[in-house]
Write a protein that binds this ligand. Structure first.
Ligand SMILES: Nc1nc2c(ncn2[C@@H]2O[C@H](COP(=O)(O)OP(=O)(O)OP(=O)(O)O)[C@@H](O)[C@H]2O)c(=O)[nH]1
Ligand SMILES: [Mg+2]
Length: 451
């Protein structure tokens, strides 16, 4: 199995020494200086964290090989870049027990195996390092002469979350890291101490998040009383979900070329051309190997997804690793057990591909939809496809509504897809597709159905 390591190299900056807390990059600072972007070839991804005019190269995911293409190496030696860590595929991912054993052993064997597996490029300097365990992270920091912060994937993602936490709930999740500020970095055990702090704080926060969850559930139940279909946008981070929501609704949802721009589910009403409505929910982007400690933060999103009428999987088809990203998302969806919910696959950013015609033909062949959420291309087809898919999840009804049930008729228009209405002596005859929940409400009137 391929190992996926994540390591951030943060060079000394007043910011870090100010806070004196390794998990806290930029709290209480104006603006949003931490940006995160990735570039990649088909063999490896290099992620860059840029902060306040500095740039940090961060290895994120090793796929087929650790090699970086020539042009990327040029970027690596760019004067702003502090270094890049490239993971070599590790054949046997060490078991947690092995970590434990190694840490308990007080010999230096870690440092040797360390040398063999990983390469660090720091400008022209190449060092060989390993960072598969807590001690190794510390070793890596030492190898940098103690002036570079090294954290693992979880911590780096938390840093990014920290910058994005816009709502109270997301901020609440992140606030625990701030509380550790008094602890400083006092030595070898500090990372362990930090991890313990995180674990304790996660426990407290889980309780608070639980109360948010209950509140949201009540809100959803209320929403269900008018059964407008809920369509959830899911997909890899940076695929263009928020851009799509914004384009369709004019909502001002943060959309940026960075990972985890969206942390909270955002729902907006979308009026379709035929007068029906859907609730479109933007969700947090998926990534490969989401650290388990972060699952709580994603819970809101996961719940929204599981209660949707339709999932729209948005993929960045212009991304060189589009296929892997799609697979990663499908894997998360499979784990969420939402296979019963109908799904529509959308290939976004078609304006960025070199041969749009070829892509469109391929999408057509697979019955996927090609769009550009940025330019608006293909959005009408997208809406039609959404309606078609929703129709699949609805039931056909024919009912005769007495004239005093005018409100019910307008609700049918709102939540379903009306195919025919006809005014008769006894009321309004309506033929439509409606959500199952709603069809039950119509049962008394369906008894009066025309055959
Ligand atoms: N060229 C092009 N860029 C797009 C398109 N759609 C989105 N983008 C850009 O892609 C970047 C990411 O878009 P977002 O909408 O924030 O992506 P997201 O899926 O919501 O990302 P997360 O919130 O991190 O999950 C932004 O810079 C968008 O402007 C598109 O169709 N074409
Ligand atoms: Mg988003």
């Amino acid at each position: 199995m391929m190992s996926i390591c994540f390591c951030s190299l943060i060079s000394p900056s007043p910011l870090i020494y100010d806070s004196n807390f390794p998990w806290n990059l930029n709290l209480n600072r104006p603006g949003d200086p931490l940006s995160f972007s990735t570039h990649s070839n088909n063999r490896s991804i290099v992620a860059r964290v840029a902060q306040r005019g500095y740039e940090y190269e961060v290895d994120s995911v090793s796929l087929q090989s650790s090699t970086i293409e020539a042009e990327e190496e040029e970027e690596v030696v760019d004067k702003h870049v502090n270094g890049v860590v490239v993971t070599e595929p590790v054949e046997d991912t060490p078991e947690p027990e092995r970590f434990r054993k190694k840490r308990d052993d007080d010999d230096d064997s870690d440092d040797e195996s360390f040398e063999d597996r990983f390469k660090l490029r720091n400008g022209k300097e190449v060092k060989h390092l390993d960072f598969t365990g807590v001690r190794q992270l510390r070793n890596l920091e030492k190898a940098f002469g103690g002036d570079v912060r090294v954290c693992d994937r979880t911590a780096l993602i938390l840093d990014i979350f920290n910058q994005r936490a816009a709502t109270h709930e997301a901020a609440l999740f992140m606030s625990s890291w701030r509380e550790g500020e008094g602890y400083g970095r006092m030595g070898e055990e500090q990372i362990e101490v930090d991890k313990r702090i995180l674990r304790t704080q996660i426990g407290v926060l889980k309780k608070e998040l639980e109360s948010f969850r209950k509140h949201r559930k009540q809100y959803r139940n209320h929403r269900f009383s008018v059964p407008v279909p809920v369509v959830s946008l899911v997909g890899y981070t940076n695929a263009g979900k928020s851009t799509l929501l914004n384009h369709l609704t004019g909502a001002n949802v943060l959309s940026e070329d960075r990972l985890f721009a969206t942390l909270d589910p955002t729902t907006r009403r979308v009026q379709m051309k035929n007068g029906s409505e859907i609730l479109l929910t933007d969700t947090v982007g998926f990534i490969q190997k989401l650290p388990t400690t972060l699952v709580a933060a994603f819970r809101a999103t996961l719940e929204e997804i599981s209660e949707s009428s339709l999932l729209v999987h948005v993929a960045d088809i212009s991304h060189p690793l589009a296929e892997q990203q799609i697979d990663a998302v499908e894997k998360v969806l499979a784990e969420l057990d939402v296979s019963k919910i109908p799904k529509l696959m959308v290939w976004n950013k078609v304006d960025r591909v070199s041969d749009p015609q070829k892509i469109k033909l391929e999408a057509e062949r697979r019955e996927d939809v090609c769009i550009s959420a940025l330019t608006g291309e293909g959005l009408q087809e997208f809406c039609n496809a959404v309606q078609e898919k929703l129709k699949d999840s609805m039931v056909p009804v024919e009912a005769l509504l007495p004239f005093d049930k005018g409100k019910l008729l307008s609700t049918i228009h709102q939540v379903g897809m009306v195919e025919k209405t006809e005014y008769t002596e006894n009321g309004t005859f309506v033929k439509a597709f409606v959500p199952l929940r709603f069809a039950r409400l119509l049962t008394p009137m369906r008894q009066l159905c025309k055959s």
